[in-house]
Design a protein around this ligand. Structure first.
Ligand code: NMX
Ligand code: MLT
Length: 435
């Protein structure tokens, strides 16, 4: 791990000098104003965080360290014979800030292989939960059981010097990312495959090893996992899972505590759980209509029914994006290449034609276009992965790459405890009345 860790430290040292100089000279520069509506409505549009790993443009979508998804698909190293990027390369890019070579990516894969051992008590803890437990709950419980291994917590208890926080956080982050595929696959096989487990394969990359341990040994599924793990990894710092990980980390929670908190955020239906909700919604529509291939007219009627029942159309809308999510488009391209005739995938594409005009016509929805979750489930179903309650766990494994790379940066840059000010409505009324 030495070389990558040393490179990270060198980059962080440079950034520290630069940021100190920026703050010294421009620390009082105003970067925005806050309205009352914003503090009552989810702080939309308030810039309040620094996250180095990625930046979201409302029109164009996500850029990871300046690179769009199509650019990453072109520039990041691939597995032998593959055409999708290896997410280990994206992790390197987010951590170091430079595109990796194939050798750099191999090094990350090797590190993750070497550090992937999961102690038995983690499996025993997951086993203690009833089989009916939601996979995201099992995932969070598994991560917390693994917290016994935290270098940061052990070293902090011994009186670690502030200067070493970044190093222990870096070690914890690597360990946790390395171990997540084993935990995720264990949950999947326990809940859905008769508790029959599959050993990791020490020769596979991080994503295909996850696929292998889940029981999906197909080169095109490996490719899907590489794409999936790449596009779900990060979405700048304000989304619920990234922000929660950062917030808990700001109190010097270790990587396990911070990431588990973030995963509880991801488990909400307006955030990562939307990927299960989309497939559940389509399955229910198909059942109600008695058709595996509903027409656009039938879809329109079903969307109206969903809205009349006071429910959201899952997979549509976004707090920041104002156009089709490029992560949706990347998955659509994958679908066209690997499964263009699949009726479920075609239904997702028909929904894409039917839904935006309806949402637009309501006049209140700021973004009528699909987000990442509108497409992901249909691709998984194509390969037989129909257990949709598990989908958010896959999102979570991927999200670890971005939020833990960010946590390393938080510690390396010595970011402060996050503690914004809140007010009561009584005080707001006093402000309005000029008191
Ligand atoms: N279906 C129905 N109504 C919607 C939708 C939708 N897909 N999206 C927004 N609205 C409603 C929203 O509930 C709100 O209604 P009200 O004023 O009655 O409270 C109104 O439109 C204005 O909301 P926006 O300002 O457009 O959206 P906001 O930034 O508040 O919320 C989401 C963003 C993503 C929470 C929202 O679009 C949504 O609930 N989408 C469906 C769930 C989903 O796909 N979430 C996944 C997001 C991506 N991810 O992976 O995290
Ligand atoms: C994400 O990937 O985190 C979601 O698109 C939600 C967000 O960005 O707010």
């Amino acid at each position: 791990m030495g070389i990558i860790k040393d490179r990270f430290k060198a980059k962080a040292d440079e950034a520290n000098v630069e940021i100190k100089a920026i703050l010294k000279e421009h620390g009082s520069k105003k970067i925005g104003e806050v309205t009352l509506a914003q503090i009552y409505q989810g702080m939309r549009g308030i810039t309040g965080l620094v996250t180095e790993t990625s930046l979201l443009d409302p029109q164009e979508g996500i850029r990871f360290r300046g690179y769009t998804i199509p650019e990453l698909q072109e520039k990041l190293p691939k597995a032998e014979g593959g055409s999708e990027p290896l997410p280990e390369g994206l992790f390197y890019l987010m951590l170091i800030g430079e595109l990796p070579t194939a050798a750099d990516v191999n090094e990350v894969t090797d590190i993750l292989q070497r550090r992937s051992h999961v102690p038995n008590h983690v499996f025993a803890t997951i086993d203690a939960l009833p089989l009916s437990t939601h996979p995201m709950t099992m995932f969070v419980v598994g991560i917390m059981a693994l917290q016994t291994e935290s270098c940061f917590s052990k070293q902090y208890a011994k009186g670690m010097n502030k200067k070493d926080y970044w190093s222990a956080t870096f070690d914890d982050s690597m360990d946790l990312i390395a171990r997540l595929p084993r935990i995720a696959a264990y949950i999947y096989r326990r809940k859905y495959k008769n508790n029959e487990h599959i050993h990791p394969d020490g020769l596979l990359d991080w994503s295909s090893n996850l696929a292998h341990m889940m029981g999906y040994d197909d080169e095109s599924f490996y490719e899907l996992m590489r794409l999936y793990m790449t596009i779900h990894a990060d979405h700048e710092g304000g989304n619920v899972s990234a922000h929660t990980t950062h917030l808990v980390g700001s109190a010097l929670g270790d990587a396990y505590q911070s990431f588990a908190a973030g995963m509880n955020g991801l488990a909400g239906p307006l955030h990562g759980l939307a990927n299960q909700e989309v497939i559940k919604w389509i399955f229910e529509m198909r059942k109600e209509l008695g058709s595996d291939n509903p027409s656009k007219e039938q879809i329109v009627d079903y969307v109206q029914k969903t809205l009349s029942a006071g429910k959201v159309v899952p997979g549509y809308g976004h707090a920041v994006l104002r156009k089709t999510d490029p992560r949706f488009t990347a998955q659509m391209e994958f679908g066209k290449k690997h499964m263009a005739d699949d009726p479920l995938v075609q239904t997702v594409w028909n929904i894409y034609e039917a839904v935006p005009p309806i949402l637009q016509s309501l006049g209140k929805i700021k973004n009528p276009w699909p987000n990442v979750d509108a497409h992901s489930g249909a691709l998984l179903v194509h390969y037989g992965l129909v257990e949709y309650e598990f989908y958010t766990v896959l999102f979570g494994v991927s999200r670890a790459l971005g939020v833990l790379a960010s946590l390393c940066w938080d510690r390396a840059l010595g970011f402060a405890l996050e503690r914004p000010k809140s007010v009561t409505s009584e005080l707001v009324k006093d402000w309005i009345n000029g008191k």
